[in-house]
Design a binder for this molecule. Structure first.
Ligand code: TEU
Ligand code: CA
Length: 589
């Protein structure tokens, strides 16, 4: 195998630039704001920052629609600001990972403007253009039909008609996010060059947006019909396509290999088979360092992201089973690395989704989940605010204040369907509103509550920040938690430090299930190469206190992690074989 790289033992902090810290009072977070907060970031003990896109963008999808890969949007700052950020983070040995969004560009990208301009433009073939069909109705009117029945992940057809040339372009996401044609070597080369632009500035690597979607199946065939309506979920066709490994290997060997110590994390929606995942991350194949895979994050969702407003309650057993599935399929000793995460800018907040949502339990849930993440195999990713146990927007935030394109798309689809089915002009949507409160991406993008009592919680001096500040700042903010040794924030800091200290077991060790049954207690060992181990035990129930019987055949002495607030309190060597272990609510104590 491969000897451990820096990124195996690393933990990564995700920053969503619009919502982190606004330095110039225009209501939008920016790079200078991040620079101001570098000492705070360093105080967490993380090794890298993943910065969500802040490139030039019309912001149809909050920056995941990029119009120039080499420019920073003036709303966020400048390329020089990024250079400063790299330098300032570097003083604390923290690397910067940029977001690489190259399945699609913005429709305002110069490449697409050219491509769209005429059928014989040299860049025509940089995107996916096809002829549609025309169907004439009995009354003589006609309808234009897209080239195939694929549905967009933001709803509606995955194709947009362009009158100018009477053809359609593929766009798996919004109409303003045309898919690049990776079959074309010139397109690939242009992307490679844009990657080098940032690598030359000394970044530590890339997070690669929907990277498993860049190879489309030959002939773009219709997908089998699985639901009512003209457009059908087609992710099984465009995810992990025929040339995917070739394209990624090319990025690795033609671009990344020329730079030292680069880390890559590929985002792979709709990928649930560990064997498919392995192929991307086996070092010998020279593809990616690790992947974001969504089995755990989508546990409460029917049929993957598209069904996210159809909620399934998560039982402790579901969580135990799915964590165990991935922790045993991949491991350092098996030569396939992984990520550990519960939140991103695409998810709601874990304390609300996995907890019972009450203020009473919120911080206990946050610590329990931190204990779980930090005792699992993989590189840990923390979404900004997760380290203080930030929760979803409260119920006083109403629908108009939810601005995410996915939230709106899903809402409108369900609304239209209900209107059509019931014949009511204004169908009841209260159950969907509950889903929005529970699952909308907006919750991952809440402006950071730096200080209680300050204007906009210290996020911005503007009169109206781009997104609402949550109403629970008194209960949850950075400055109060910083001072409180028993806070979630200090628990995270301690866990990240412990993870470093015990990295041979906590990071690189094998995952050995101990209690993965139907009961409320989750227990597993992490066993290092030396045979030493750590036992992690968590109470996933709502019971205030319960007792868990440790198996009698647990021969060796195991380190025991508790969700107490200091590393000193973690017991370094305790023999728990056959002992009764007392667990308090959501936390081992
Ligand atoms: O997300 C990929 C993706 O599939 C999401 O749209 C997912 O379906 C949804 O967020 C689940 O709720 C990436 C980015 O992380 C996301 O922010 C972008 O909107 C998307 O790609 C398009 O670039
Ligand atoms: Ca700003």
């Amino acid at each position: 195998g491969q000897s451990p790289q820096w990124w195996h033992r690393a933990s990564v902090y995700q920053i969503y630039p619009a919502s982190f810290k606004d330095s110039n009072a225009d209501g939008i977070g920016d790079i200078q704001g991040i620079i101001q907060k570098v000492p705070y970031i360093a105080s967490l003990g993380v090794d890298a920052v993943w910065l969500s896109p802040c490139y030039e963008s019309p912001l149809v999808d909050m920056g995941y629609d990029i119009s120039d890969y080499r420019k920073i949007d003036p709303k966020y700052g400048s390329v020089e600001d990024i250079e400063t950020l790299i330098k300032e983070l570097g003083k604390h040995n923290i690397k910067l990972l940029m977001d690489l969004v190259v399945n699609h560009t913005s429709d305002q990208h110069a490449w697409f403007k050219e491509s769209r301009s005429s059928k014989d433009n040299p860049k025509r073939n940089w995107y996916v253009w096809r002829k549609g069909t025309k169907e004439t109705n009995p009354d003589g009117t006609f309808e234009l039909r897209p080239p195939n029945n694929w549905e967009s992940l933001f709803k509606g057809s995955a194709w947009t008609y362009d009158e100018l040339t009477d053809e359609w372009y593929l766009r798996i996401f919004a109409s303003e996010q045309p898919d690049l044609n990776w079959e074309n070597p010139d397109t690939r080369k242009a992307v490679h060059d844009d990657m080098r632009f940032w690598l030359d500035k000394g970044i530590g690597g890339f997070r690669m947006d929907v990277i498993n979607m860049i190879s489309k199946p030959e002939g773009l065939p219709n997908v089998q019909v699985t639901k009512p309506g003209p457009y059908q979920p087609a992710h099984d066709l465009y995810c992990n396509g025929p040339r995917i490994h070739e394209f990624i290997n090319e990025i690795n060997t033609q671009v990344l290999a020329a730079y030292k110590d680069i880390m890559t994390v590929g985002e792979v929606p709709f990928t649930r088979d560990p064997e498919v995942v392995r192929k991307y991350v086996e070092p010998a194949r020279k593809e990616l360092s690790m992947l974001f895979q969504f089995d755990i994050v989508d546990l409460d969702t029917v049929g993957g992201p598209g069904g996210k407003f159809h909620h399934v309650p998560v039982t402790p057993h579901m969580l135990k089973k799915t964590v165990t599935k991935w922790q045993t399929a991949l491991s350092y000793s098996k030569g396939a690395w992984a990520t550990v995460f519960l939140e991103s800018h695409d998810t709601a907040r874990s304390v609300t989704r996995f907890g019972d949502g009450t203020s009473k339990n919120r911080f206990k849930v946050a610590k329990m989940l931190s204990l779980m993440l930090n005792s699992l195999m993989g590189t840990v990713f923390i979404m900004q605010g997760q380290e203080i146990g930030i929760a979803n927007y409260t119920a006083d935030i109403d629908l108009e204040q939810y601005t995410d394109i996915e939230t709106k798309g899903l809402w409108n689809e369900i609304y239209a369907e209900r209107k059509w089915k019931s014949g009511h002009a204004d169908p009841d949507m209260s159950d969907v509103m509950q889903q929005v409160r529970l699952k909308a991406r907006d919750h991952g993008r809440i402006p950071m509550p730096w200080r209680h009592g300050a204007k906009n919680a210290g996020f911005s001096d503007a009169d109206k920040p781009w997104a609402p500040i949550n109403t629970d700042v008194a209960e949850c903010n950075f400055s109060d938690q910083d001072k409180d040794t028993a806070s979630v924030l200090n628990f995270w800091r301690n866990m990240l430090q412990l993870r470093k200290e015990w990295s041979d077991t906590l990071v690189l060790g094998d995952f050995v299930p101990v209690d993965i049954d139907e009961g409320p207690v989750f227990a597993y060992k992490r066993v290092g190469a030396s045979g030493n181990g750590v036992l992690a035990v968590m109470n996933l129930s709502n019971e205030e206190a319960l007792t868990w019987q440790s198996p009698a055949d647990m021969k060796c002495d195991f380190k025991l992690i508790k969700s107490t607030s200091s590393v000193e309190n973690a017991e370094k060597m305790v023999n728990v074989s056959g002992q009764a272990v007392k667990l308090t609510l959501h936390a081992y104590d």
